[in-house]
Write a protein that binds this ligand. Structure first.
Ligand code: UT7
Length: 371
């Protein structure tokens, strides 16, 4: 049997309209634009409106990615939503997205590896295409971190933003797409970056809310030191596993956490900064959404073209870190252009009918009765 490859054939992003600038933050906490820009490179971030959520942003990014790939949502076999700010603990945000876009054949689940989540999800989906015989996968990174940030804590609130990005992965016998993946974890550093409350250890109660356990807690300095080390190692490992060298790489798309971390990693790799994608200045740290959002903008700016070798590399809570090496391909050639956005209405109708059917079944068989 000839080897199968997992190509990235679609991409899309969705960010809220509302911008929160450093000047706005100066009015909220004891900070300054000068401090934030010099320590992080961030100038502004996006904040979700009341009617936006992790699932709605994810579905929006997904529809754009499906549009680029020219793929009908019903042809998806798999949806992975990577997020640390899910709609609920359960059901999985991925299932809500599956319903919203009408991906009737897809298995859907969430993956939690914090800011590294998109890399882990990408590697997982690519391997399922290569070895498990699925044809079409949707990988989404989506966050509404503004909902879990303590807006009184200047150590964290200046860093994070909201947004979503998505890739469509498709099987092909033609070489290209995702080649190698590195996935690593070190739970001994779990306390360095965490959201302690709302789980089984500290279930939500008045005391947990009083103690602020429902907010992000972070030891910035320690995370910084860890990040600069692992970004370099993971990139080198992913590139070497494909028998390439850094000279073969046209673009690195790193997790957008802090400009200084990205610069330190590039220095460690002896890699020119003009071949590293940065947009942290405009979106802040959108955690697992940052790599697909940066990819969409790299393509828009003409910095990533078919045939280019690129490395996605990230780090985050867990601790987790990882990298993915891909040869960029772009959408498969198509005969007829689909309009996946139209299928959203159909999906909504299907969802309403499914709820109605369940309601009617309840009336007929008796609610709450199982036999
Ligand atoms: O996706 C992963 C998510 N997390 C990260 O990527 C975080 C990685 N870490 C970082 O990006 C950096 O450590 C920070 C940006 C969070 C902080 O930068 P730093 O250069 O490591 O600063 P620091 O923590 O060493 O703090 C320096 C000073 C402290 O004052 P003292 O103790 O020296 O008097 C802080 O209290 O800056 C103070 N400070 C601030 N000052 C103004 C901390 N936050 C602020 C602020 N505005 N927002």
């Amino acid at each position: 049997m000839s080897p199968r490859y997992a190509h990235i054939t679609g991409w899309g992003m969705a960010v809220p309209e509302k911008r929160l600038t450093n000047e706005d933050l100066e009015k909220m906490v004891d900070t300054s634009d000068e401090w934030i820009v010099s320590r992080t490179g961030i100038r502004e971030r996006r904040i979700a409106s009341a009617d936006q959520s992790t699932a709605t942003l994810a579905a929006e990014a997904a529809m754009r990615a499906l549009g680029v790939a020219n793929l009908h949502p019903a042809d998806l076999d798999l949806i992975i939503v990577s997020t640390s700010s899910p709609e609920h603990i359960f059901p999985a945000t991925a299932c809500l997205v599956q319903d919203q876009i009408g991906a009737v054949k897809a298995g859907a689940f969430d993956l939690l590896a914090a800011c590294t989540g998109f890399i882990f999800a990408l590697n997982l989906a690519a391997n399922m295409i290569k070895t498990d015989g699925i044809s079409n996968a949707l990988v989404i990174g989506s966050e509404t971190l503004s909902r879990i940030v303590n807006w009184k804590d200047r150590n964290t609130c200046i860093l994070f933003g909201d947004g979503a990005g998505a890739f469509v992965l498709q099987a092909s016998d033609e070489p290209g797409g995702i080649y190698t993946g590195v996935m690593r974890s070190d739970g001994s550093g779990g306390d360095l970056l965490s959201l302690p409350g709302g789980g089984s250890k500290y279930p939500t109660c008045l005391q947990s809310v009083y103690d602020g356990l429902h907010y992000i807690h972070m030891n910035g300095r320690e995370v910084f030191r860890f990040a600069t080390r692992v970004m370099t190692d993971a990139t080198q490992e992913a590139v070497a596993a494909a028998n390439l060298t850094m000279d073969d790489i046209q673009l690195i798309i790193p997790h957008q956490a802090n400009r200084r971390i990205i610069e330190a990693a590039a220095r460690g790799l002896d890699f020119p900064m003009d071949k590293v994608m940065i947009n942290v200045d405009r979106y802040g740290n959108t955690s697992t959404a940052s790599i697909p959002i940066a990819t969409c903008e790299a393509i828009e700016q003409g910095r990533l073209k078919a045939g280019d070798w690129t490395v996605f590399v990230g780090f985050g809570a867990g601790l987790t870190w990882g990298a993915t090496l891909a040869r960029w391909s772009g959408p498969f050639p198509v005969r007829r252009k689909l309009k996946p956005r139209r299928y959203r209405w159909l999906a909504r109708l299907r969802s309403i009918l499914a709820r109605l059917r369940r309601h009617l079944e309840g009336l007929i068989w008796g609610r709450g009765k199982t036999a």
